[in-house]
Design a protein around this ligand. Structure first.
Ligand SMILES: [Zn+2]
Length: 120
């Protein structure tokens, strides 16, 4: 007997979270393996009709499935004119822009060790 739709969707969401965690642990040693985990997560979300949670959506590149980890696979720059945070994928070069508010920027400046590294 097949599990109900709701249960299978909950299992799929759990698997997506697990795969993102796995990708996060291996990304420094093996970026191809991390990319494979995220491709699997995407396929699970498509097959089970579950969308990837919005907090995880910002963590991977949608064209090459790289995990966007600042300092290893992604470069973050801030555009103060347009008030955007630009995240560039180091594997394929695609750039994502997210708006930031001035209050969020102030919080970032208080903890200098967070995401503001610009190494490639
Ligand atoms: Zn990419």
């Amino acid at each position: 007997m097949r599990p109900s739709k709701r249960i299978s969707q909950r299992i799929a969401l759990q698997r997506i979270h697990n795969l993102f965690q796995l990708a996060d642990t291996v990304v420094k040693q093996d970026q191809d393996q991390a990319r494979r985990y995220l491709q699997l997560a995407k396929r699970i979300s498509e097959k089970s009709n579950v969308s990837i949670p919005s907090d995880l959506k910002r963590q991977y590149c949608r064209s090459c499935y790289s995990l966007l980890k600042p300092g290893t696979t992604a470069k973050i720059t801030l555009n103060s004119e347009k008030q955007t945070k630009n995240i560039t994928c180091c594997h394929c070069g695609r750039t994502y822009r997210f708006p930031y508010s001035s209050t969020a920027l102030n919080e970032r400046q208080q903890e200098p060790n967070n995401e503001s590294q610009q190494s490639s």
